[in-house]
Design a protein around this ligand. Structure first.
Ligand code: TXA
Ligand code: MG
Length: 336
């Protein structure tokens, strides 16, 4: 079997990738958040291939990625003032807006909902790809995170290859992702804006632009919650442990011959512990950038459990805390 093609994102490779997308093929590409698995959003058969490659249920909606903020008008039938303000403030960047869909937007993209998710990424390779795609007549690239359904999102081209193997034709390599966790998602489909997922844009910055925190209720269908099947990421059971007891807990488990892997932040590795120990960065942005690669590495240590040092209960840690909670509860709609 031929392996996936990881190619450096040269201008020639980007141009070829844009042609592949227009021809209905899948292309994995870097964004500032995580790598995406892209298909022509106007081609339902290409979008269906995304779901097959990820082994993801077909009724999950995918985000459409646009080259320019102005392109939003081609996909949304209405852009409420709050959404327009957020787009002005944070596009290009790690923000996704859920807006009422235009008539042509296919159910393959929206999962049959009346709303579509839209994002203008800032990563130079993503933008170059989207612009080359637009120059060929393309309108938008549907792309979920380029992981197998149930795994953490990929933040390097190698992660994509590890997860999807031959299911993706081309993987554009743009180096490790800068933000490291997925975009913030705000929906404008109810009376009030609703935060569907904390992410790369901090909630306080969203609140500053909207003049208050998004306060709507998330009334999505059950498929968006953790009520689906039981697999979650990482595959090794993971649990959060308070910093004050992490060292003692690790040594106790090691004494009982339990194999543990540790994602620490402030706690130093005990001299008596020789298992897998990852010292994560202390600040929230750097921690987020490092998180998924760290979880993948610790998962590969084949331990009985991953102990994760709990992070501060502070608004600056909201998005990271969200991902850690999902990773440790088997409740993960970001397994999407
Ligand atoms: O940072 C990101 O957002 C990355 C990069 C590749 O852009 N993408 C990403 O896509 O995380 P995905 O599919 O793994 O997660 C997107 C989430 C899913 O939970 C999906 O259900 C939700 O966004 N979503 C997308 N379109 C939606 C819609 N029309 N209505 C409600 N939720 C939607
Ligand atoms: Mg995902």
């Amino acid at each position: 079997m031929s392996g996936p093609r990881i190619v450096a994102a040269t201008p020639a490779a980007v141009a070829e990738a844009a042609r592949a997308l227009r021809a209905g093929d899948l292309v994995a590409f870097p964004t500032e958040t995580v790598y995406g698995l892209g298909a022509d959003a106007d081609d339902p058969r290409a979008v269906a291939r995304i779901f097959a490659a990820k082994r993801r249920p077909a009724d999950h909606p995918v985000i459409v990625h646009l080259a320019e903020p102005e392109d939003v008008g081609a996909w949304a039938r209405e852009v409420p003032p709050g959404a327009a303000a957020l787009a002005r403030a944070f596009w290009p960047g790690p923000l996704t807006l859920i807006l009422p869909r235009a008539a042509h937007v296919s159910d393959a993209v929206t999962g049959g909902q009346d709303a579509v998710g839209l994002r203008v990424p800032s990563h130079p390779v993503a933008r170059a790809l989207l612009r080359a795609f637009a120059a060929l007549g393309g309108r938008g690239v549907a792309a979920p995170s380029a992981n197998r359904f149930g795994h953490v999102s990929p933040t390097t081209a190698r992660h994509v290859a590890d997860d999807l193997g031959d299911a993706v034709g081309t993987i554009l390599d743009g180096g490790p992702c800068d933000v490291g966790i997925e975009s913030t998602i705000v929906a404008f489909t109810a009376a009030l804006p609703t935060l569907l997922r904390p992410g790369g844009v901090a909630l306080r910055d969203i609140a500053r632009v909207l003049g208050g925190e998004p306060s709507g209720r998330d009334v999505r269908a059950p498929r968006a919650s953790g009520s689906l099947a039981s697999h979650y990421a990482p595959r090794t059971p993971a649990l959060l442990v308070a910093p004050g007891v992490l060292g003692a807990e690790v040594l106790q488990l090691a004494e009982r011959d339990e194999r543990v892997a540790v994602l620490a932040r402030t706690v130093a590795q005990p001299a008596a512990f020789d298992g897998a120990w990852h010292a994560a960065p202390r600040a929230p942005e750097a921690y987020a950038r490092d998180l998924y690669a760290a979880l993948r590495a610790l998962d590969a240590a084949d331990a009985d459990a991953i102990l994760i040092e709990d992070v501060p209960d502070d608004p600056a840690w909201l998005a990271v805390r969200d991902r850690l909670t999902r990773a440790t509860h088997g409740v993960d709609d970001d397994r999407d």
